[in-house]
Write a protein that binds this ligand. Structure first.
Ligand SMILES: *[C@@H]1O[C@H](CO)[C@@H](O)[C@H](O)[C@H]1NC(C)=O
Ligand SMILES: *[C@@H]1O[C@H](CO)[C@@H](O)[C@H](O)[C@H]1NC(C)=O
Ligand SMILES: *[C@@H]1O[C@H](CO)[C@@H](O)[C@H](O)[C@H]1NC(C)=O
Ligand SMILES: *[C@@H]1O[C@H](CO)[C@@H](O)[C@H](O)[C@H]1NC(C)=O
Length: 487
């Protein structure tokens, strides 16, 4: 595998909308050509000058018209790539204070919104702000690390949830997705920040929300314990009922979580019709939510942030690397391995150093004698690309193997033959991206912003709620690029 596969995958430039003046000059240059062919030189020069003058005046007129238009009205949809200078946040109409509703649709890969008509998601896009080429997850691109990065603004090394499951080296204790002891969950999640400021928060599922931490005690009425059997409709309707409370009782921050289309993506991969159906169902839930908010007259007041935690890529049984195939170079017992696919994380086998383990594994992988060996690269965690931010925690095992998109790693060959989907890979793969759509008083309408990492979202929420957040890994310049200034 070439080094290039692990270089920063620079996102392609956002597709720039052709503006009207460009269109008109394109049209006229075509015309000029055809005129040229049929006229004599003098006439042609006259004609060209005339057309150029017409062009310039037209562009100026259009430009002024557009400036005027944007100063009196909000920026017209899909024209701008960043909030207009002239536009400011819209005042609340019915609510007495800002409310943020953070919604996650698990494994909603960027692009799924075009699989099938998604009129409700597109309503939010049309009148809201969208990450043009999707939301960039943190590494590893797994559900728990990412949801908790969204909630804390921290990279996994700093919030402690470095994988969906791991063993703490000091004590041998194991973290799994049902671990609710606060010792695992570092940092300050947004629901705790909200409570610290005397505001109310309500969570309808979110990894980490069941954990009692500081001022957040996960009280029964405001904090639901994960139960995948609860119908999506019931989740939406419960959130809607919070808006029937008296205005000072309405939680300032709420979450809503759907485990689709991740569940289907793992089973059948990202390109199966089952995904299309799951996406349509999520869209229906967004519609149910919008309807309910509109009935209560608060749709335009509520700040809706719709995200996914990661994307999905197809995997198949011919794209597997077997750890046992490395045995001519180094014997790696299963007890040394903490996680396999799609992030190999492991300790050195007894009696051998981590550096020697990496060297021997790489020798085997590069030998050409290990099936798919060229598709995995093994690192000491401190040698991983810095952009992954995956070293500064003793919970992260010392040796990490990065797989190329769509590959898997297992201990040994089995008879199992299957194709499905997976995520967890390098967050620079486009397939790992999810969606970001913000809709509400502080989001411009029809605005596209460049893709950004999900650790920015925590500051976005505290800013809308006008509260001071805890230190985190979001960047200072980000808020100005996405939120409208207060009027
Ligand atoms: C977008 O917002 C405008 C102004 O409030 C409203 O008239 C229009 O119906 C909205 N469009 C959609 C698709 O919701
Ligand atoms: C949990 O917190 C809420 C809000 O601060 C408080 O009203 C409630 O009494 C607390 N419950 C428990 C069991 O501590
Ligand atoms: C999970 O939700 C289902 C459907 O609402 C319910 O019947 C079941 O009792 C719940 N399970 C638990 C453990 O609360
Ligand atoms: C992330 O934020 C934490 C908390 O402020 C800080 O300790 C850490 O150095 C930050 N890491 C990076 C890479 O910015």
């Amino acid at each position: 595998m070439g080094v290039s596969s692990f270089s920063i995958a620079t996102p392609p430039n956002p597709i720039e909308e052709e503006d009207e003046s460009q269109n008109s000059s394109l049209l006229s240059s075509n015309k000029t050509q055809s005129v040229n062919q049929s006229q004599n030189p003098k006439k042609t020069i006259f004609f060209i000058s005339l057309i150029i003058i017409t062009c310039i005046s037209l562009s100026v007129a259009i430009a002024f018209g557009f400036l005027y238009y944007s100063s009196i009205k909000n920026v017209s949809p899909s024209k701008s790539v960043s909030p207009s200078m002239a536009e400011t946040a819209r005042p609340l109409v019915k609510l007495s204070q800002p409310v943020v509703l953070l919604i996650s649709t698990d494994g909603f890969r960027f692009g799924y919104q075009f699989k099938t008509p998604t009129p409700n998601i597109h309503r939010l896009i049309h009148n809201g702000t969208e990450a043009d080429l999707g939301l960039i997850p943190v590494f590893p691109t797994l559900t728990f690390p990412n949801h908790y990065s969204i909630a804390t603004g921290l990279y996994p090394a700093y919030h402690g949830i470095i994988n969906n499951h791991f063993t703490y080296p000091g004590t041998g204790e194991t973290f799994y997705m049902g671990s609710h002891d606060s010792k695992w969950w570092l940092g300050e999640p947004i629901w705790e920040t909200v409570m610290n400021h005397g505001l109310k928060a309500a969570t309808y599922f979110w990894p980490g929300s069941e954990v009692k931490k500081g001022s957040w005690n996960c009280s029964a009425d405001m904090c639901k314990h994960f139960n995948g059997s609860v119908a999506f409709e019931e989740r939406v309707d419960t959130v809607l009922k919070y808006f029937d409370l008296t205005s000072n009782e309405i939680p300032s921050f709420m979450t809503l979580y759907f485990e689709d289309p991740d569940a289907q993506g793992h089973k059948v991969g990202p390109d199966d019709p089952q995904i299309t159906a799951a996406v349509a169902k999520v869209d229906k839930m967004i519609g149910r939510l919008i309807d309910g908010l509109e009935k209560r007259g608060v749709f335009e007041d509520v700040t809706i942030i719709l995200v996914g935690d990661h994307g999905m890529v197809g995997t198949c049984d011919k794209k597997i690397i077997y750890v046992d195939d490395l045995s001519p170079w180094i014997e790696i017992p299963p007890t040394s391995v903490q996680t396999y696919t799609p992030v190999l994380s492991m300790y050195p086998p007894p009696g051998i150093s981590a550096a020697d383990t990496v060297a021997k594994m790489m020798e085997g992988l590069k030998s050409g004698k290990v099936d798919n060996g060229m598709n995995m690269r093994v690192f000491l965690k401190e040698d991983l690309p810095a952009r992954l931010h995956y070293a500064a925690s003793e919970r992260i095992p010392p040796i990490i193997g990065l797989l190329e998109e769509g590959f898997k790693v297992e201990q040994k060959k089995t008879k199992r033959k299957e194709c499905g989907g997976s995520h967890g890979y390098d967050n620079s793969y486009f397939s790992m991206r999810s969606i970001f759509i913000g809709h509400g008083p502080q989001f411009g309408r029809g605005v596209k912003v460049p893709s950004f990492e999900n650790v920015e979202i925590y500051n976005l929420i505290t800013s809308v709620l006008k509260i001071q957040g805890a230190p985190n890994n979001g960047t200072e310049s980000f808020l100005k690029s996405i939120l409208l200034p207060s009027s």
